[in-house]
Design a protein around this ligand. Sequence first.
Ligand code: ATR
Length: 272
Amino acid sequence: MTIDTETKIYGVLGHPVGHSLSPTMHNAAFKQLGINAVYLAFDVEDIAAAITSLRVLAVKGASVTIPHKQEVMKHLDVIDPIADKIGAVNTIVARNGKLWGHNTDCNGAIEALLAQTPLDGRRAVVLGAGGAARAIAVGLQSHGCRVTIVNRTIERGWRLAEDLNAKFIPLADFNSSDCDILINTTSVGMSPNTGTMPIPARLFAKSMVVMDVIYNPLETKFLQTAAAKGCRTIDGVAMFVNQGALQFELWTEIDAPRDLMRKIVLQKLSAQ
Ligand code: ATR
C-alpha cells in the first residue's frame, strides 16, 4: 500500500491499546477494497486532548475503547440516538466538519444474533451489568425482546434494569426458566481464567441460543457447555467483527468485507 498526501487517517483511542485487534482488521479491509486509508492505534489517557487532535489533524474517524467510551461523549458535536440511549460511544465519524458519536457494539451484537434467531417476542437474559450488557440490552429491546438482566452485584444490576425498564434477577437466584436467548457479557471465562463460567451447566437448555461476548478464548467454557447441551452458539468474534464492520461502513459508506475481517481476526487470535 502506498501512503501519500491523500491517505486518510483512522485509529483507535484507548488505554491500553497494545492488544487491540482493530488495526489489523481495519487495515486488511482498507487494503482489500483498495481504499487509500490507514488505521493506527493511539494509546491516549487524555481523551479531551485526543479529540482536539482528531479535529486539528482532520482524522476521518476513530474507534473508542476502554476507558473512554463514556467520557468521550461530552467532547463530540453530535451523538447518535442509540449511542445516547446506551450512554457510550465506540465510534467517531468526521462528517461535514463535525465529529459524530455512534455506538456499533449494540447493532454488532444484534446482527450476530439475528443471523441465528428472530428476536421479536423472545425472552433474552443478559448476564452482567457493565457497558456491554447495556449496549446489548438496548438493542434487544429495540428489536422486541423481553430482557432480563442477571448480575452478581444486586445494586448494579437492579440499577441497569430499572433504567431500561427491564426485569432483574440476582445471579445467585437465576434458574433460566424463562429464557430463549442467553448472553454472557461478564468477564467470567476470559483468558487466563478459562475454566470458569458465570452459571452452572445445569441451567443450559437445548432450546436456547447462547452468545458470549468474550473472544479470548474463542470457545469459552460457557459456549462449550452450551454446545454440548445442543444449544446454538454465537462466539465473541461475531460481535467484534460486526461492530468493526459497522464502523467501517459508517466511515467509508462501502459494504465491509465481513468474511475477510473475521478471517483476519481469527488468524490474529490463534497467533497470540
Ligand atoms: P464491560 O463494561 O466491559 O461490559 P464491566 O463494567 O467490567 O464490563 O462489567 C463486568 C461484568 O462482569 C459485571 O456485570 C460484573 O458483575 P458485578 O457487577 O457483580 O461486578 C461481572 N463479573 C465480573 N466478574 C464476575 C464474577 N466472578 N462473577 C459474576 N459476575 C462477574
